[in-house]
Write a protein that binds this ligand. Structure first.
Ligand SMILES: Cc1ncc(COP(=O)(O)O)c(C=O)c1O
Length: 414
């Protein structure tokens, strides 16, 4: 038994794995919540959740199906790989995207985020690498280190539409890279890759027999270029894991339903598939009624999606016009998703994008996310803005950003 003073008062150690995790998008919410508690109203343009903004609700027929499922007692566990009807509907949807998916290739998860954790757990070991775009959605950096792996970033061209730098990818590929990630359309930059880019990426991956391409296509229904194609549809040999779900283009992120679909034309993922299935069984299943809600989204009329996408595109165009008129801001036109990765051209802010975000929040009550939170090196000097808010809110936010930039520019120069 320990006596007083034997060390019972010190903190119990946290694992390094958890202590190193960062998620910039939610980390900046902490000071915003403090300001709200003091009675300030914050214009929040930080979170990629369509439900956080008015006018883009989850389609009623999906909500109805979810509610009906609850009423009909569909409240039990379901099969670990997903409800068979949903797996079938997802496979058909992937077939429409141009490859021969079957329901056995589809595994339903608790969002793409869980799929990522399972893929990393099934593929990564000490000393292996993930090659992911920089900047990128933060879990691609945060999770692999839990398995002793490292995420290396390949560069996106910040002054040319954030296109992929294939020379950089070639240079950074080696036999330890087990996962080559493409986020298409990209979060946070909005880049859309078409056939040519995807073929070039697959040509590189083909040279490395232990490499799987992870194709995060969760924003594929928000492509304003008309160029988007599924990676699996372009691969005749390279193994691809396609990721998608209900969060973004079905406007129901809180349901936590997503999937991974394994395209394995050369039958090289059998062991990985076995590992994934073991992991899936060990975590029981994804939410049963939410899967039924998603099924309604896949099986019933989807014409509503175009209306939503048109609205999002109009808001993008409006923001592009506003940014053009503001000294201190520049942006590459995003081709898809609902993000803008805005360049801060005033030197002081270009060197400290987090300070920009925090000062803008405190002085003008506008919340963005610092670009360095998406990549300390390649996202630096930028901020991410979600353009899903009403045009009036976006206008007010841009007025405040303009005022803030002018005020500090005068101070700097005096
Ligand atoms: C590129 C990307 N992948 C995955 C996710 C999360 O997907 P889910 O809600 O299905 O976990 C996000 C969320 O912002 C994202 O931007």
């Amino acid at each position: 038994m320990l006596n007083e003073g034997d060390g019972m008062t010190g903190p119990i150690p946290v694992s390094n794995r958890a202590a190193n995790i960062e998620y910039a998008i939610r980390d900046v919410v902490v000071p915003a919540v403090e300001l709200e508690a003091q009675g300030h109203e914050i214009l929040k343009l930080n979170i990629g959740d369509p439900i956080a903004y008015p006018g883009l609700p989850t389609p009623p027929h999906m909500v109805e199906a979810y509610v009906e499922a609850l009423r009909n007692g569909k409240n039990g566990y379901s099969p670990s790989y997903g409800l068979p009807v949903l797996r079938e509907a997802i496979a058909k949807d992937e077939q429409r995207k141009g490859w021969n998916a079957t329901s056995d290739d589809v595994y339903v998860c608790h969002g793409v985020t869980e799929a990522l954790q399972l893929i990393f757990a099934a593929v990564l070991d000490e000393g292996t690498k993930v090659l992911a775009p920089g900047p990128h959605y933060p879990p691609y950096m945060a999770y692999p280190q839990m398995y002793g792996a490292e995420t290396v970033e390949y560069q996106l061209h910040s002054d040319d539409g954030w296109k992929l730098d294939f020379g950089d990818i070639e240079e950074k590929m080696d036999d330890d890279v087990r996962l080559l990630v493409l986020i298409n359309p990209n979060n946070p930059c909005g880049t859309v890759c078409g056939e040519e880019d995807i073929d070039a990426l697959l040509a590189i991956a083909r040279k490395y027999p232990n490499c799987i391409v992870v194709a995060d296509e969760i924003y594929d229904g928000l492509d304003f270029t008309g160029q988007h194609v599924s990676v699996a549809s372009r691969s005749h040999d390279v193994p691809v894991i396609a990721l998608n779900g209900v969060s973004k283009v079905y406007y129901a992120p809180g349901w936590r339903i997503g999937y991974m679909a394994l395209h394995d034309p050369a039958k090289r993922m059998n062991n990985v598939r076995d590992g994934l299935e073991r992991l899936l069984r060990s975590r029981l299943c994804a939410s049963t009624p939410a899967q039924i809600g998603y099924l309604a989204g896949l099986e019933q009329d989807r014409s509503w999606m175009d209306g939503y996408a048109t609205r999002v595109k109009q808001q993008r165009d409006h923001c592009l016009k506003r940014i053009e008129q503001i000294e201190g801001l520049e942006v590459e036109q995003p081709g898809g998703a609902f993000y803008m990765f805005i360049r801060l051209t005033d030197e002081a802010w270009a060197n400290d994008d987090k300070l920009f975000v925090l000062n803008l929040l405190h002085e003008e009550h506008v919340l963005l996310v610092h670009g360095s939170g998406f990549s300390p090196r390649l996202g630096k000097g930028h901020v991410r803005l979600v353009y899903l808010a009403d045009v009036e809110v976006l206008d007010e936010a841009f007025d405040r950003m303009d005022r803030f930039l002018q005020k500090h520019r005068t101070t700097n120069m005096s």
